[in-house]
Design a protein around this ligand. Structure first.
Ligand code: ZN
Length: 240
């Protein structure tokens, strides 16, 4: 049994399709989505329906929540706000209801999934260092938890700090706790434009983060064609 754990797709269909193909080539049998299916890029409905059709466990991200609500968009950067207003118009009432009904935290088999943090999952804080990770470890009751939100792949091990940026892989050892950021499918922000996701090999107790190229030019063209800010297309090329 091998899981593909992916998230922060952000309506980038080209990236999502590339990740799914890569996961199939790595013999993944099961899928798990850690949220932010929509927001920023040009295919929110297509990405949402793609994930729905997988029938896999999904948790809600902050962009999923904002896209599902009708309330005024406050406290967001102008790019996110513009994209979310556009995204709301692309989604059907059923799409938005589905997003709103997603849970914030879920246990899947022997691991946990959350979009942002385990200590206050609905506050959408960012785990960017080992002190942030410690707060989540206090609420982590499984050996492994996968999360996203920062768009930067990273592995925290309770009691130590191990950080990797590319093709990093770690054995899951008995008695330890792991808080693992799978990176972003559709808008990486660690300076590497390639999509990021993780695999979890249950039999061999091993987690790995993978990076792969996708059809960037098509994703960028769709953003411009949709009338979304040019900056959203440009940032994809530099992974920011
Ligand atoms: Zn995100």
């Amino acid at each position: 049994m091998k899981y593909a754990i992916f998230g922060d797709i952000h309506a980038n269909l080209e990236a999502l399709e590339a990740v799914m193909l890569d996961a199939a080539n790595r013999d993944c049998t099961d899928f798990v989505c850690i949220g932010d299916i929509v927001g920023y890029n040009a295919n929110p409905r297509e990405c949402l329906e793609f994930v729905q059709n997988l029938g896999c466990p999904v948790v809600r991200g902050n962009h999923d929540e904002e896209a599902a609500l009708d309330s005024p968009l406050e406290g967001l950067n102008p790019l996110a706000k513009h994209a979310l207003e556009w995204t709301r118009r692309q989604l059907t009432a059923e799409n938005r209801e589905w997003l709103m009904n997603l849970k914030l935290v879920r246990q899947v088999r022997d691991f946990t999934i959350v979009h942002a943090t385990l200590d206050t999952p609905g506050n959408w804080g960012y785990v960017t260092n080992k002190f942030d990770a410690m707060a989540s470890f206090s609420y982590q009751f499984t050996p492994v938890c996968f999360y996203g939100h920062t768009h930067t792949p990273r592995i925290y091990i309770k009691g130590s700090s191990v950080e990797g940026l590319e093709d990093f892989s770690t054995p899951i050892e008995l008695g330890r706790k792991y808080f693992i950021n799978v990176g972003s499918v559709g808008q990486p922000r660690d300076g590497d434009w390639r999509s990021s996701y993780a695999t979890y090999d249950v039999e061999n107790q091993r987690v790995a983060v993978h990076r792969l190229e996708y059809d960037l030019a098509t994703a960028q063209r769709k953003i411009l064609d949709a009338g979304l800010p040019e900056m959203l297309a440009n940032r994809l090329a530099v992974g920011k």
